[in-house]
Design a protein around this ligand. Structure first.
Ligand SMILES: [Zn+2]
Length: 155
């Protein structure tokens, strides 16, 4: 019986977003509002709580995975850039990946350096990390290894 429910639930969740980092934070905010409102007892906080709860349900059961992943990656990138502000010694993710190509005595232009004949550097629009991509003219989608998002790039 319990297995049957588990199986049905898994089949129902197939192809849906489920609970990611952003959803965890939304639930956290929802419960925080709930607890705060035990003391304040304000109608407005109840309604704001509903909004967060509905948002949570929407994201969990959404089938538009690309859009949800993009939101989640965007959110994680914002969190990372905020936490980086408080860690002045740590390099940002983008400068870290830039030092990977330190093999050079060649001069590199600061913005979008060309790595070799067959590759070019593009910036991930979501997390701002440098992406080394094959030099094939045109627009296409590539998977950013830093934030795991499919992003559109133009070469
Ligand atoms: Zn990225």
């Amino acid at each position: 019986m319990l297995n049957k429910i588990k199986y049905a639930l898994r089949r129902f969740m197939y192809g849906r977003n489920g609970i990611d980092t952003l959803s965890h934070v939304i639930v956290f905010i929802y419960f925080t509002l709930f607890v705060v409102n035990l003391f304040l007892n304000l109608d407005i906080l109840v309604y704001i709580g509903y909004v967060f709860f509905v948002w949570f349900l929407f994201r969990t059961f959404s089938k538009n995975l690309r859009a949800r992943h993009k939101e989640n990656a965007w959110f994680k990138a914002r969190i990372r850039s905020i936490t980086n502000l408080f860690k002045p010694n740590k390099r940002s993710a983008s400068s870290k990946s830039r030092t990977k190509s330190k093999s050079t005595s060649k001069k590199q232009t600061k913005k979008k350096p060309t790595v070799d004949k067959h590759h070019v550097i593009r910036t991930c629009p979501v997390c701002k990390a440098d992406l080394k991509v094959r030099k094939i003219k045109g627009e296409r989608y590539v998977l950013c290894p830093s934030c795991n998002t499919e992003v559109k790039i133009k070469v």
